[in-house]
Each structure stands twice: as C-alpha cells, then as structure tokens.
Design a protein around this ligand. Structure first.
Ligand SMILES: [Zn+2]
Length: 295
C-alpha cells in the first residue's frame, strides 16, 4: 500500500516538475557545476525530477535572510553560513504527506557528535557490519558520491527541506550524483573505508554546510524524529563556542634540544605559564615527542 502511495506521489510530483517554469542561471567553471536559482515562491510538492527545479524549490523554502544554496557536485563542503547572523528561527518540515524519516541503519551508537579528544566529531557513529544496507534518511537528491581520504566512500544527499545528510566509510556506493531518492533508498553498503577504525557509519546532518547534532532531530533509539518539524536557530550552533575554545588551545611537540625557555620564547609566553598550563615544575625533564600545551 505504502509503495503504491509513494508511486502515486512520485507521479504527481513529476507532473509538477514539468509544470515548474525553469528560469535558472547555470554556468560551468572548469569541472565545477554551479547552479544558482532565483528566489521563487514555492509551487506545489518539492520532490521534483528536474535538477534546476529541485535547486529552485530548495531555495524557495529558505528565508530571504539566507543566501542562495548552490548545487556543487564535486566539493563535499561548501562555504559555511554563519548562523550567528540569524536572529529568527527557521522551521523546516521533517515528516509530512510527501516525506518521512527512515533510519540510515539499525545499530548501536558508538560515538556521539561533539568534542572527541583534541578534535571535533561532526557526526554520529552507528555500528554496523560491512555490507549492511545504508539508507537515505529522507527524500532527496544525491549531491556527492565519491571517495575521500578521510570519509572513504561517501554520499551526500540534499533533502527537500534544505538539510543535507552525509554517509561515510561505506564499502560500496549504490547511487550516482543527481540521482533522485525517496526516503529509505539504499545509497550504499556499510564499511570501514577512509579514516575509520572498524566498520561503522559516520552520519552527519548539515544545513548550509553547518553541522547539526543529529540528535537535535533524531531519536536513534526510537528510530524516528523527535517532531515532524525542526526549528533551527542559533541554539543549534552553540557548539561553535566550544570549537573556538578548542582552537585557542595550542600544543608544541618536543624536539631534540628544546628547553622550556626556548619554547616560551617561541610562543611569546613565560616558563611559569608553561609550567602552570601543564602542571609541571621548571626542572621537569622534557622527552622528545612529548606534547606540551603552550596556550
Ligand atoms: Zn564519525
């Protein structure tokens, strides 16, 4: 029954796509594909088959205060938007008559979004076995399907509500750039590619390339979203303050011949401050390769 409904939906939506007037500006720059849509009022369902209409429809859901949402198919990360500038709350739809959330994979959460040692972890890690099916969380269109050194085989899907989800460390990708997906479509198979230690899915949710904690909208334990809509405001990006603090911290790796005096001079600080930061005495013997906090 659900399959029939989805098919009916898709048929209706395709019709609306053909009716959608396309007056989009498209330009090619080397291999990069940039598509910028003119602002437009929403016109009917958003699941469209034409690329330009798709970009148009995403941009039409975005408030005037936001920039255009470019469609770039060879760069995972786009220019970030500073949500510190946004005073209003943006409400987007997660579940409605045209779309619904599907868990990307069923599994235990092995690492949460947030600070992880000296790095920031911009996604949620979900345990899986290599070869397990990984599914698109919502309807959408594939913006990236590539191999990256860090993400391994990775797919990025832009959804009709403007969110993007990223699926990394896959063993196999099953979709191509520009493929249109419905929620639950298999986008690839789980794996352990890229910078990964053990099979898992690294799952990110982004809005204008700013990462959100996936738990802001998803209950992984319940296999559903918390609500049918998501209110996005500055609160979702408060973690950036934590990042600023992290970037303020700096370490020095001890090399042969280094003394506390040399290091203090190099970083414009004092031996006393170095000792306080690291909880060491002035007479501490420094070992080559040891990390010393200097800020
Ligand atoms: Zn991860």
């Amino acid at each position: 029954m659900r399959l029939i409904l989805i098919t009916l939906c898709a048929l209706t939506l395709n019709v609306s796509a053909f009716e959608h007037k396309e007056d989009t500006l498209t330009k090619k720059k080397g291999d990069n594909l940039y598509i910028k849509a003119r602002p437009k009022k929403p016109s009917g369902p958003l699941m469209v088959t034409s690329l330009n209409s798709f970009v148009d429809s995403i941009n039409s859901t975005i408030p005037d205060s936001m920039p255009f949402y470019d469609w770039i198919t060879n760069d995972i990360h786009q220019k970030k938007f500073n949500f510190g500038d946004i005073k209003d709350t943006i409400t987007i739809s997660l579940n409605d008559s045209n779309d619904h959330y599907t868990p990307p994979v069923e599994g235990k959460i092995t690492s949460e979004f947030g600070k992880r040692r000296s790095r920031y972890h911009y996604g949620t890690d979900i345990d899986l076995n290599t070869g397990d099916k990984v599914r698109s969380a919502f309807n959408g269109r594939v913006r990236i399907s590539t191999y990256s050194k860090t993400y391994g085989h990775v797919v990025v899907v832009r959804h009709n509500n403007g969110l993007e989800t990223l699926y990394a460390h896959l063993s196999k990708r099953k979709v191509k750039v520009d493929s249109i997906l419905t929620s639950g479509t298999v986008i690839g198979l789980g794996g352990n590619t890229g910078r990964s230690y053990g099979s898992h899915l690294h799952f990110e949710v982004r809005y204008f390339d700013e990462a959100l904690d996936p738990r802001d909208l998803i209950s992984f334990e319940g296999g559903c979203t918390h609500f049918d809509t998501l209110a996005i405001s500055q609160c979702n990006f408060m973690y950036r303050e934590e990042l600023k603090l992290m970037s303020a911290i700096k370490y020095h790796r001890i090399r042969s011949g280094n003394t506390l005096g040399h290091i203090a001079r190099k970083y414009g600080t004092t031996i006393n401050k170095l000792c306080r930061l690291n909880g060491i005495s002035r007479n501490k013997i420094l070992r080559i390769g040891q990390r010393l906090r200097v800020r």
